[in-house]
Design a protein around this ligand. Structure first.
Ligand code: 13P
Ligand code: SF4
Length: 305
């Protein structure tokens, strides 16, 4: 079967079976082409809340599929590859964060959406990279315990200097592979290019960027910009997506090592098997955990208005 034939079958079957395919921007281009919605973590959450199909197929990692199930419990939610998890989401558990909350009793606990559903039940609000500044800015509390990504937390704390942040050591192993040396090398090779990076990168890398934003933020910045060349400091699939959407512009990866192996686990064949009903994992959540995590996600959607 060719890629095109497999894609046509996926499109035919998803219509026949009323399946909505959501795909995070770090998925491969051939998967994005068959998706009904592609975007960053915040965009996926909005679509999860609004999707009308009976079944939602999430091409991304486990916490993203859980977010869909939390917001749409009546729907069948399938994670396209059951092995695809986010290592950052597993870095902190309820026990550790409960202790932190005891240590900082007058702080509000804000968690990145890249956390387990269980952990969300004990947090006040969750955020994504594109919504964190607005949401935390809208919170009444001016003392923020931010978990688990200390790089994103550090970046947001610099945008909101009137608030006090407690950060704990945690972060994305993929973006942490990017170094200042990578920036120096890329600037030397492409002196006219603008450097666009994700806030999950180390603060020393973020400080050198021309623009800092979520996956969707980086893509729309590059698409709208008058500039013609860009160094991309996030998962390398974004380089390829931008090359396809702006063929007259040039895009270079900041580091060839910025590849998320979990995001890359899902293949077009996985998607094909899921729409045929012979693959993926149906997400189920304990109702108490779902409701506890939903409160945290609902607060994110409310405070983003
Ligand atoms: P965004 O898509 O929200 O930028 O998040 C990036 C990421 O690493 C998702 O796991
Ligand atoms: Fe997790 Fe980082 Fe991969 Fe995103 S890129 S899924 S934060 S490991």
């Amino acid at each position: 079967m060719t890629v095109k034939e497999m894609q046509s079958e996926i499109i035919r079957l998803k219509k026949e079976k009323n399946i909505c395919i959501l795909a995070h921007a770090y998925q491969s281009h051939e998967i994005l082409e068959v998706a009904d919605y592609t975007g960053d973590s915040f965009g996926l959450s909005l679509n999860a809340a609004q999707a009308e199909a009976d079944t939602i197929l999430m091409c991304g990692v486990r916490f993203m599929a859980e977010t869909v199930k939390i917001l749409s419990p009546q729907k069948r939610v399938i994670l396209s590859n059951s092995e695809a998890g986010c290592p950052m989401a597993e870095q902190m558990d309820v026990e550790l964060v409960s202790q932190l909350k005891e240590d900082y009793p007058d702080y509000s606990t804000v968690c990145y959406i890249n956390t387990t559903s269980e952990l969300k039940t004990i947090c006040d609000v969750c955020v994504t990279s594109s919504s964190a500044e607005k949401i935390i800015g809208n919170m009444q509390s001016d003392k923020i315990l931010f978990i688990p990504d200390c790089n994103l937390g550090d970046y947001i704390s610099k945008q909101l200097p009137d608030k006090t942040f407690k950060l704990v050591s945690g972060g994305c192993p993929t973006h942490l592979r990017i170094s200042v040396r990578d920036v120096e090398k890329a600037r030397q090779l492409h002196p006219d290019a603008e450097l666009l990076v994700h806030p999950e990168c180390h603060p020393k890398v973020t400080a050198l960027a021309d623009f800092v934003g979520s996956t969707t933020g980086i893509m729309s910045y590059a698409e709208k910009s008058d500039k013609t060349s860009f160094i991309i400091g996030t998962e390398n699939s974004i380089v390829q997506h931008l090359q396809m959407s702006c063929p007259d512009k040039r895009f270079y990866p900041l580091s060839k090592d910025c590849v998320c192996h979990n995001m890359k686990l899902t293949t077009l064949a996985d998607v094909y098997n899921c729409v045929r009903g012979v693959g993926g994992e149906e997400i189920t959540l304990d109702e108490n955990i779902r409701l506890g995590a939903k409160r945290c996600i609902d607060e994110m959607l409310r405070l983003n208005k």
